[in-house]
Structures are given as C-alpha cells and as structure tokens.
Design a protein around this ligand. Structure first.
Ligand SMILES: Cc1ncc(COP(=O)(O)O)c(C=O)c1O
Length: 458
C-alpha cells in the first residue's frame, strides 16, 4: 500500500491534496483518530508509520555494539552510522566539502560552535534580532573571551532584515579578527525566509557564517553547493518527526581547523596520556562527537530522509504555500461587528519569501490585546496544538511589542524572572500566538483553526 502512495508522488501532476490525504490516513492515522489539530510543526514534525516500521525492522535484524571498536558487532554499528552520515551529506548536496557531526539537537550543534570559535578581544559576533536563544546564547562565549557582539535589527513592519544596516555592519568590521555572523535561514517565529545571499556577502567581507537552518530545512531544500555557510545546525525531528535526540552540525572542511575545541573526551582523540598532559584530537568530525554517538537511533535518520525524498520536498512546499496563503487571507478578513480586526499578523502578511509559520495576536472589538494564555487555554479545550509566548526568540517579541532597552533595563534591575512581573513592570503585554503548518496539515486543520478564531469575534 505504501508503495502505491509513494509511486503516486512520482507523477504528482494529479491532485496533491488527494495524495496527502491518503498519506495522512495510512501513515499518520492518530491525527484524525484522536481528533488532533496539530499546528506546531516548527516545534516538532510528525513521523510516519513507515519510518517506525523500518526502524523496528532494523533493530530486529541484527546485533549492534558500541561503535568505538573493531569487533564484529561494533563494525556493524559503525557501518550504519557512517552510511547515515553519507546520506545526510548527500541530502544537502554537500559533496566532499563538509563534515557531518552528529549531535543531540540543533542546540548542541550551536554550542559546539560557540565554545570552539576562536573569539578574542579583537573579534566580533554579529547576530540578528531574529535569532533563537540557542544562537543568542553564543554571545556569552564571545563575551567570556573578550569579544564584542552586536545585533542587526529587523523591521517591525515585516520582520525582515534592515539590509542597509546589515551591509554596513558587515563592511565596517574590516579591522576585526575572527568575525562570526549568525542568522537563521528561516525565522522560527515569523516564518520569514532571510535571504541566503548574506552568506556570500559576509564571506566577501571576511566573516565566518553560522547559518541556523533548524526551522528552514523542514520545508525547504538546501543545496550546499550553492549556499556555503561555514557552520550549520539541524534537528532531525523537525524535518521528519523521528528520531528525537539526533541533530547535526555540518562544518565546511576549510572552516574545520578554525574551531578550537576547549577540551577532549572519549571518542574525540586519537591519543591522550596521563603521564604527559598531551593529547591528539582526531582530524575529522569525530573530534566533536563526544562519548558514544546514538548508534541505535542515528540509522533511523536514513529512513526519515528516504521518506521525505519519496514524498518530495517540492510537493510539501507547494501544498504548504497554498495552505499558508489561504490562512493569511482568511485571518485578515476576520472582523468584529464594528469592523475592527480580530487578528494582527506580525511579519509578512502575504506569501512572499516566507515559510508556513505565522505569528499573530488577537484583539477584542475595542482594540485591547487578548491575553495569549486565554487563547492557549481555549485552544487546548479544542484539542488544537499551537504555541503562545516568545518561542525562545526574545528579539522578535521585543520588536513586535515595541519594548525599548530602557524599559528592559528597568525590568532586569528588578531581578525577577516571572512572566507576569515582567508584564506588570513594563505595562505591556508580551507574547504572541504561533501556528506552524507542515507535512500533514490539511484544509480541515485550517478550517478548524479559523472556526476557533471566529469564537473570539464580538
Ligand atoms: C531556528 C531554530 N534554531 C534552533 C532551535 C533549537 O532546536 P533544538 O531545540 O532542537 O535544539 C530551534 C528550535 O525550535 C529553532 O527553531
């Protein structure tokens, strides 16, 4: 049965919706069986039954030992881990230009770059206001080594990069040493796709580039022969739902030696001594794979990649573009009886250069913002999985809620990390509502969300 479905994807000039409906029924039956409206694909994707069956078959058919050895069961594990590594590199068309380091998630990949990048008192770390906290946190490594860091703003109107400012910042740091520019290929909050041209522009100005692709690769192809960041991070569960606990750091080979690993650990050295305080780090990706890799789960990444390949990223994208466009239009039509808008969408309100993640706030008919916790509670009652809050991306929240650094310094001086204290201190509501569409979203999910929104109309 699955093969028929898969074959259908090869000649998909027919009805895409039909194809996705059959996949949903056969491979993701729990969505409809349990009446879930799942709108948190940027949080985590869903896995198919096929992936799980393939992984169970894999586990049932052999004996897998710890890979750090040459015994028979160890060699079997090594083979599968290495096959998967090759598959990942091939999936991103990395050629022979990149190493693939398996990590536990995108955050661990980012941490490796943060702790190993040779920041010093003459270096600069440049970020966007629109970055996940796992990228923001790297500034603490920079600061610890005396480097300076700065943020490039995004516009409130569309949450896109202020290109003039970014260009200036990239050019003006000419005299700095070891410059790292980090930005997301797609925002985990607004869905904005930030232009990949900045990778080349940063390189031309002597920067190393850390591209956060965690929210981009679930719904976009990435060709590393065309875009060549020095470092990029991935969480596989965001692409195909299973396995969790596996991510990757891809390192461009010519940027590999630049990373200075601050310690050594099992698996990362070719030789270490105790009678002499010396060690040799391995000269490939193993240098950053500390301890035992997750050798039972890593092979499941291959099945995930195979699954996405069979469905076709172009098909996923086409379906999502239609659904996102539809929702953006319909949401903006929702009006209270006095004509005021129910929903304010932050970021692009059209379908241009954006993914299928949408953030918004709801307003009552007098223009008062409805507390996101009320929305979350009501969504829960309808079995709708959406997100509210700041989504680990404080920059976007500070922009969309127009919070100034003076206000923040007043808040931080209070030393309270309570969300409601913060609202009280700032006298401003924080947070927004995020929905993210993905692989198995269908028109019914969109309609159910719109019906849910209509309940707030007055
Ligand atoms: C853009 C982006 N970067 C990094 C991360 C961190 O990913 P993880 O929590 O899997 O480490 C996320 C998670 O949502 C993300 O969306």
């Amino acid at each position: 049965m699955i093969n028929d479905l898969i074959r259908a994807t090869d000649s998909v000039s027919g009805d895409l919706n039909e194809l996705f409906e059959s996949l949903r029924a056969k491979e993701y039956p729990n969505l409809d069986r349990l009446s879930h409206v799942y709108l948190d694909y940027t949080g985590g994707n869903l896995y198919s039954k096929w992936q799980i069956q393939k992984h169970v078959e894999f586990l049932e058919t052999n004996i897998y030992g710890n890979p750090h050895s040459t015994n028979p069961t160890s060699l079997i594990s090594t083979k599968y881990v290495e096959d998967t590594r090759r598959e990942v590199l091939e999936y991103f068309n990395a050629g022979d230009d990149y190493y693939c380091v398996f990590t536990s998630n995108a955050t661990q990949a980012l941490k490796i770059v943060g702790e190993s990048y040779p920041f010093n008192s003459k270096s600069q770390f440049l970020l966007l206001f629109d970055n996940h906290n796992s990228v923001n946190g790297i500034r603490e490594y920079a600061r610890g080594k005396g480097a300076s860091f700065e943020y490039c703003p995004v516009y409130l109107e569309d949450l896109r990069i202020d290109e003039e400012k970014l260009q200036k910042k990239l050019v003006s740091a000419r005299h700095k040493q070891h410059k790292l520019f980090a930005y997301p290929a797609q925002s985990n909050v607004s869905g904005v796709k930030h232009d990949l041209k900045w990778v080349d522009i940063a390189h031309e100005n002597g920067w190393d580039v850390l591209l956060d692709t965690a929210a981009f690769v679930p719904t976009n192809s990435l060709d590393l022969q065309t875009v060549k960041p020095d470092y990029l991070c991935i969480s596989f569960y965001k692409i195909f739902g299973y396995p969790t606990g596996i991510g990757a750091l891809l390192i461009r080979k010519n940027a590999f030696e630049k990373l200075e690993k601050p310690w050594f650990a099992g698996g990362t050295v070719s030789y270490a001594s105790v009678t002499m305080p010396e060690f040799f780090l391995t000269d490939n990706q193993e240098r950053f794979e500390e301890g035992t890799v997750n050798y039972l789960s890593i092979p499941a990444v291959r099945f995930g990649i195979e699954w996405i390949r069979k469905i076709g990223m172009h098909n996923i994208q086409k379906k999502l573009t239609d659904q996102t466009g539809y929702l953006l239009n319909e949401l903006q039509k929702l009006q209270h009886t006095n004509g005021s808008a129910l929903v304010h969408i932050f970021g692009p309100a059209d379908n241009v250069q954006r993914g299928s993640t949408i953030i918004m706030n709801f307003f009552d008919k007098d223009g008062g913002k409805i507390d996101v916790s009320e929305i979350e509670q009501k969504a829960k009652e309808k079995n709708i999985s959406l997100r509210t809050g700041c989504f680990c991306n404080p920059g976007i929240d500070e922009i969309t809620n127009c919070i100034t650094s003076e206000e923040l310094s007043f808040f931080y001086s209070s030393r309270s990390d309570n969300h409601y204290d913060k609202i009280h201190f700032l006298g401003k509501m924080r947070g927004a509502i995020r929905i993210s569409l993905g692989l198995m979203t269908n028109r019914r999910d969109c309609e159910k969300y719109l019906d849910f929104c209509r309940e707030f109309l007055a």
